[in-house]
Write a protein that binds this ligand. Sequence first.
Ligand code: ASP
Ligand code: MG
Length: 421
Amino acid sequence: MLVFKFGGASVKSANAVRNIVNILQRYDEKIVIVISAMGKTTNALERIIEHYFNRDGEQIKEEFRLLEAYHLEIIEGLIPEKGSKIYVDIQEVFEGLADRLAEEPSLNYDFDYDQIICFGEILSTKIVSHYLNHAGLKSKWLDVRKSLKTDDTYREGRINWELSRELTTLNFAFNGERFLVTQGFLASNSSNMTVSLGREGSDYTASILAHILKAENVTIWKDVPGVLNADPKYFDDTILLEKISYLDAIELAYYGTSVIHPKTIKPLQNKNINLFVRSFVDPDAAGTLIGNLEYESLVPSFIFKMDQVLIRISPHDFSFIAEDNLEIIYGILHKHGLKINLQQATAVSYQVVVNNDKRKVRLVVDELEQHFKVSYETGLELVTIRYFDDQTIRRVMVNKTLLLEQRGVQNIQLLVRDLGS
Ligand code: ASP
Ligand code: MG
């Protein structure tokens, strides 16, 4: 049994979905198919959630209309027969979303977020599953929330492995069909409320299912040839990494390589399951293999995080930055779910680099100011180089000024300001 994950770009249009059938036809194995929301649907739902909290009914209506039109266009491109059950099914899902949006927002933003964000994956999987059957590929649709169980951490559920193992083994059974189609990114808690696994979490879903179901291997199908040593958006002459060890993959993902979700590797590594990252545009190409591999070192990889904020914190009374102060700082960051990308402490000041999530940054700064002197700087870039040397550092420092640097044996992190901006 294999696990395939198809991300948003691989299901963004009727043609893209048809291409999935072409890929599946190349295989004889049973396949568990994990799918993300179509195209930019999750972003659209996030906008709807914002409007929902602002009680902006007009904006909700407009976004809702666009979302419905987008999905309908894909369905019409795939299954033109208007009598097909897919139309009834999808209408029901949209009615469910409308009903949810008609409810009053609760006081728990993250809870409401998850109850609304889940519609993207429900829609995409229903459409793909219907289409596979329509194209003669016998498939069954499964609601992954009945199998993957988490704690109550909305928007970043932590998997309850024992319960998930039991339910997944029971539910993910092939009965005459060769394909099981299910949602990435979603799970549920003990009260059966939807809990999402964090943005881009579908890779993680694929890896959890592969671990539990003891898959032969996992393939993440992407619109890039595999894992590159840098994001081509920011870098010329990128190199495809053909083979990556689990450890290097974890490091690269941790520092922000956008191709793999950081939590994806561990469940696979535990069971020695290979992960392939391959192009759905060029399914003949080998892509990248991540597994239990050995080599001296990899070509240098460059990871860019844009739009970073540097927060500088110092005690009012010139006291040392020690465990007591750090405990307060970490507590505040953790409470508002702001993740540390880089940190540095001196005797009397502490600096931390985070993503520019405006809402969270505001909350964190406000609360820090109750205890410390705080200032912050926005518009920065954080560059991590794995397997760095002088030449690679020079390469990324062109036209930049350095604000912070952290050097390890294999990695260096540079917080810079682009002089062009
Ligand atoms: N649809 C979700 C997102 O865009 C999950 C995923 O794509 O992995 O974040
Ligand atoms: Mg995605």
